[in-house]
Design a protein around this ligand. Structure first.
Ligand SMILES: [Zn+2]
Length: 296
């Protein structure tokens, strides 16, 4: 019943799907063993920014306790699918319909030399990477494992990671330890740091929709918040060494009848739009043209 362990079953299944290779065939077979994966409210999605519905009543996201997580050490592990940092439930999110407690955060990466690894797309653009901070409804459930079975039981913050000129020190707190969790099942204790520093500065600008876990069992229980503002990290951080767990993203799913809301007016949502944060306009350095790179 340890919060954050609740999502562990997905991980074992991932090993199974990886056996199909990177062709995507594995993902196509998910619904056979996990019916929810074939549902009509799946994640991720490609957000068409001109079709979102602005909702001025959506309040800023307010993380509580993120700046100083309680324990001196946090557990970082390789679950065979991604790098997972367990978070104490003392980290809370306000600005959502209920009080949500943190469980874990993890990453979705591409492969070095290719552009995209993020799961959510904005107008067809796939960012190099994406971080998910998973929370559960702490008013109704004791942990993420229980909450994931119920609609709205989970709340996930999605942060798009774009390439900037400089390394991001907060991300380095995690990424410099990847060498210690090279193999599935490995875990290491890392010094605690401000989780808030991993988030974009504008927590009032986001997209909101109802969706799912992006890996089996794909339960449709996630209240998604995707921040409009990306966080810029360096090229080396986007494709950290060792290159473990690459291409661990799911392709965009059908929106069907769902609505995507935005916390800001539509005019501010497009690329280069009026309200786009300055950081979003920074030109990333050119990607390496080393096409002979191959995974180890
Ligand atoms: Zn994720």
């Amino acid at each position: 019943n340890v919060p954050g362990r609740g999502l562990a079953p997905l991980v074992l299944l991932w090993g199974e799907t990886r056996a199909f290779g990177d062709t995507g065939l594995g993902k196509a077979h998910w619904p056979e063993g996990h019916p929810a994966c074939g549902g009509r409210a799946q994640s991720p999605i490609d957000i068409r920014t001109q079709r979102v519905q602005p909702d001025p009543s959506l309040p800023p996201i307010r993380p509580v306790g993120y700046e100083r997580p309680g324990p001196a050490l946090l557990t970082l592990s390789n679950n065979g699918h991604t790098a997972v940092l367990e978070l104490p439930p003392s980290l809370r999110l306000r600005g959502l319909p209920r009080s949500f407690a943190a469980a874990q955060l993890h990453f979705h990466w591409g492969r070095a030399g290719r552009r995209g690894g993020a799961e959510h797309l904005l107008d067809g653009h796939r960012a190099p990477a994406e971080m998910h901070v998973v929370h559960y409804d702490a008013e109704h459930y004791g942990n993420a494992s229980d909450a994931q079975h119920h609609g709205g039981g989970l709340a996930v913050l999605g942060v798009l990671l774009e390439v900037g000129a400089d390394p991001h020190p907060a991300y380095d707190n995690i990424l410099r330890h990847l060498g210690s969790i090279r193999y599935a099942g490995q875990a290491t204790a890392i010094p605690s740091f401000s989780i808030q520093d991993l988030l974009p500065s504008r927590l009032d600008l986001y997209y909101r929709y109802n969706g799912s876990l992006t890996t089996p069992p794909c339960f449709q229980s996630v209240l998604w918040t995707l921040f409009q503002q990306p966080v810029h990290i360096s090229l080396a951080q986007v494709w950290p060494e060792p290159q473990l767990l690459v291409d661990n993203f799911r392709v965009p799913q059908e929106l069907n009848q769902r609505r995507v809301l935005s916390s800001f007016p539509r005019g501010e949502s497009g690329p280069g739009g009026v309200g786009r944060p300055r950081g979003g306009l920074r030109r990333p350095p050119p990607y390496p043209s080393n096409s002979s790179w191959s995974p180890s």
